[in-house]
Structures are given as structure tokens and as C-alpha cells.
Design a protein around this ligand. Structure first.
Ligand code: TXA
Ligand code: MG
Length: 324
């Protein structure tokens, strides 16, 4: 059993907050863990070839060891350090969408430690699209393994304050940037066999993927027996409040301890509410809204459903998982 003293020692790290990507990268180069903004959500990064540093990611996040990490790169030249089997479909997606909110899953080289991939022989690779992420990743001079920078199970962080709320005192450094632009995580597509499979929806839609590789399938756990995206099994995106999805805002009545987020204006009144102009704004805001509701000790969050096209597919996926 762990003694209380051990726990105190484990968690009392001084978390440096900086706006300098070069200073933040220095912590990665010295074997530390650093939160950094991307265009989707904040990630928690470490050198992918440093097993000790990778362990720190799992322990800071309290992440189950069977959930693989994504490798973040600064330039396509780094792909060769991670995989020597990039098939045609993967090449096409790289040309079309890198840098951007897309993760491709490919066979990994032996040099990538198994702890990074949760024992899988494949690795997710993504080249983040924001200029600040790119400066940070370039300064790290190595591919950086990074899951979202939240405690496991909590909504992904879209602000540096949300990162601090979950991981302050548990990680070495936070690279402070603005609020992330997209607000939900990257699209994940498995490119290990001839027909690519969408594992996780994101702002790059299946329609866009099919525009590049028309055969692209949507992975369905019922149809496909092997669990290709282990992370999707775990509890996700959950605020403390109960999340309820509603189709029609006319069904709602005033409730003192409830909140609402959606694209329509309900006639009922709520302590906390956010009316978004577009589905993009809804996606950008939803995780931070969940956190605001927790800070205000809201008990129920009503989320208006949206049509499942474009970013609506990813948004509905996240809201459903939060409501589970
Ligand atoms: O936008 C994003 O993707 C953010 C930013 C920080 O880049 N990262 C992120 O990482 O969302 P994470 O760890 O929270 O989610 C990674 C997802 C999980 O569902 C995981 O199971 C899946 O990608 N994944 C990673 N490597 C995989 C692999 N080799 N095979 C199948 N699925 C994989
Ligand atoms: Mg995550």
C-alpha cells in the first residue's frame, strides 16, 4: 500500500506557467511533462522515446494503461522515426490534412516504446495545426506523445486554466496560450489496412476523408470485433453534473440548479446558459461550459442535440459520451 507521505511526494511538483514555447520545450528535453495548446484541445506532452517521462503522463492524468497516446510531430520528416510502413491511404491523408486536426494510426517502429501505444503495434500520429504548438514541438526536437491534458474521465481542457485546475502541482510546466480554436479532439483514422476506418469523429468529417479516400469506413464496435480504438471504451468528457440531451427546447421548464447549452434560445430560464450562434461555436464551448457548470455546482446540464453532419457528428459523439 502507498503511504500518505509517498502520495504527497508524488503530487507536489511545482508547475511553471510560461508563454515561451522554447522554455516549455526545455522541460520535455529534460524528461518532464508539459501541457501545451493545440488547435483542438490542450495536450500533455513528453518525449515519446523516454519511458520514464511517459509513465509521468499516465500517473499525472490517472490514465488507464490500456489507452494509447498520440505522437505529435512538428514536420512530416519525423514520421520516419515512428513508422516505416505508411501505406497509400495514409500518404493521401497526410498530404490533404497535415498540419491539422487529424490523427492517422499506422504500424509503429520498434523504437517507439510499448507503453506509449498501450502494447499495440500501431501508433497514432498527428501534426498539430497551430503556430504555437508547432514552435513548441519543433523546439522539443523529438516526437511528443500527448493525450488531452485533463484528469482521465474529465472534459478535455480548452484553456490553460482548465489544465491547471486538473493538473496543477502534478506536471512540470504549462505553455500558456489562448482558448483552443476547435474545442473538441482530432479525428482519428486507422490506416493500417487497405480500407481506412474512422475510429473517432472530429472536425474533419467522414465526408472530407471520403473526398480523399472514397472507401473510408466508419468503425463500428458491433460490426468489427477487435477494439481498434481502446480509448473509446473508457468513461469520457464527464462533468460532475448529470448531462441530459434534449431534442426540443420547448420541453424545458425553469430549474434553479440546471444549465443549458445549445443553438436555440429556450423560453425556460437557467442559472447558467449559453446560446451558440453556430455548431462550431457549440463545439468550441461545450467542454469549458461543462467545467463552468461544475464550478457553479450545477446539478443538471441540458445539451441541445444538433444534426449529425460536419462537426455536428463529433459534437453529438462527445455529448452522448458525457451523458452516459
Ligand atoms: O486532438 C487531439 O487528438 C488531442 C490533442 C492533444 O492532440 N489529443 C487527444 O488524445 O485527444 P487522447 O489521448 O485524449 O485521445 C486519443 C485517442 C484515444 O481514443 C485513443 O484510444 C486513440 O486516440 N488512439 C491513440 N493511439 C491509437 C492507436 N494506436 N490505435 C487506435 N486508437 C488509438
Ligand atoms: Mg482525452
Amino acid at each position: 500500500m502507498r503511504s500518505p507521505l509517498f502520495c504527497v511526494k508524488l503530487y507536489l511538483v511545482q508547475t511553471v506557467i510560461t508563454t515561451s514555447p522554447e522554455e516549455a520545450a526545455e522541460y520535455v528535453r529534460r524528461g518532464g511533462v508539459v501541457a501545451f495548446p493545440t488547435e483542438t484541445v490542450y495536450g500533455l506532452g513528453a518525449n515519446i522515446f523516454d519511458e520514464r517521462a511517459l509513465h509521468k503522463i499516465f500517473s499525472a492524468k490517472q490514465r488507464p494503461a490500456d489507452n494509447p497516446l498520440i505522437a505529435h510531430i512538428a514536420e512530416t520528416g519525423q514520421i520516419a522515426e515512428l513508422s516505416d510502413e505508411i501505406i497509400e491511404s495514409a500518404k493521401k491523408f497526410i498530404d490533404a490534412f497535415f498540419p491539422g486536426p487529424l490523427t492517422i494510426v499506422v504500424r509503429k517502429t520498434r523504437s517507439v516504446p510499448l507503453i506509449a501505444t498501450a502494447g499495440l503495434d500501431t501508433i497514432g500520429i498527428r501534426m498539430a495545426g497551430s503556430a504555437l504548438a508547432n514552435r513548441f514541438l519543433s523546439a522539443c526536437s523529438t516526437p511528443v506523445a500527448a493525450p488531452s491534458a485533463n484528469l482521465s474521465g474529465r472534459p478535455s481542457p480548452t484553456t490553460w486554466e482548465a489544465v491547471f485546475e486538473d493538473l496543477g502541482g502534478r506536471i512540470d510546466c504549462i505553455l500558456k496560450g489562448g482558448r483552443t480554436e476547435i474545442g473538441i479532439e482530432s479525428t482519428v483514422v486507422d490506416c493500417t489496412s487497405r480500407v481506412p476506418r474512422l475510429l473517432r469523429s472530429g472536425s474533419i468529417s467522414v465526408e472530407q476523408l471520403r473526398g480523399i479516400v472514397p472507401e473510408t469506413e466508419i468503425y463500428s464496435p458491433n460490426k468489427h470485433t477487435s477494439a481498434r480504438s481502446p480509448g473509446m471504451r473508457h468513461r469520457h468528457y464527464s462533468p460532475n453534473a448529470r448531462v441530459i440531451i434534449i431534442e426540443n427546447t420547448a420541453e424545458l421548464s425553469d430549474e434553479p440548479n440546471a444549465a443549458f447549452i445549445g443553438v436555440s434560445r429556450p423560453s425556460a430560464r437557467f442559472r447558467q446558459q449559453q446560446i451558440c450562434l453556430t455548431e462550431e461555436e457549440y463545439a468550441r464551448s461545450v467542454f469549458e461550459f461543462f467545467r463552468e457548470c461544475d464550478r457553479a455546482e450545477i446539478k443538471i446540464i441540458y445539451c441541445e442535440s444538433v444534426s449529425e453532419t460536419g462537426i455536428g457528428t463529433a459534437l453529438m459523439d462527445r455529448i452522448r459520451r458525457a451523458a452516459e
